[in-house]
Design a protein around this ligand. Structure first.
Ligand SMILES: CC(C)(COP(=O)(O)OP(=O)(O)OC[C@H]1O[C@@H](n2cnc3c(N)ncnc32)[C@H](O)[C@@H]1OP(=O)(O)O)[C@@H](O)C(=O)NCCC(=O)NCCS
Length: 148
């Protein structure tokens, strides 16, 4: 998975964010510059940049790492002058949904099915489908917002 995120960044399609404490990686997330992956979200929010693959290692959860990763992603998106961030949250993930809602994301009523692949521990590529509700957040609140 990390190799795939890294190669996405090398190709210029994504920015792969990793949160560190000293030399220990705590969690990661991906900024998907091509926009929303799901077709319905893409149509409804054509200028939104998707943040996905947010994951914090079990032992470091509820310490603000996820919040810091989302804030870093939003800062990058705002600096590029893009107006919205979007996230897809599985219907059976109320914890992540609460976190996003608390950070200013709003429900859109859109559900997309996203297909993704990952490499399991035995080295084989696995495919999965996930039904995600789409949440968005408006990032640009004024003309100076991204002029840093
Ligand atoms: C969802 C996930 C990324 C959140 O990461 P996290 O590092 O635990 O997130 P945070 O610590 O920033 O916030 C989690 C909670 O801890 C609270 N918190 C943050 N800093 C805190 C601190 N210093 N002390 C106590 N609580 C704190 C937050 O308010 C939040 O509370 P809430 O759940 O009631 O909203 C993590 O649980 C995870 O990896 N889950 C599995 C993968 C996943 O579901 N990814 C999301 C896909 S959409």
């Amino acid at each position: 998975m990390h190799e795939s995120h890294h190669s996405g960044q090398l190709a210029g399609d994504t920015t792969y964010l990793v949160a560190w404490r000293d030399d220990e990686p705590l969690g990661s997330g991906v900024v998907q510059w091509g926009g929303c992956i799901g077709p319905s979200a893409r149509e409804a929010f054509p200028r939104a940049v998707e943040i996905n693959h947010l994951q914090v290692r079990d032992e470091y959860r509820s310490q603000g790492v996820g919040t810091a990763l989302i804030a870093a992603a939003e800062q990058l998106i705002g600096r590029k002058g893009m107006p919205q961030a979007a996230v897809g949250v599985a219907h059976d993930n109320p914890h992540a949904e609460r976190l996003y809602l608390g950070l200013g994301y709003r429900r859109t009523g859109i559900t997309d099915v996203s297909e993704y692949s990952w490499v399991s521990d035995d080295g084989t590529v696995q495919q999965a489908n996930e039904r995600d509700q789409v949440l968005v957040k408006d990032l640009l609140q004024g003309p100076d917002r991204h002029c840093e």
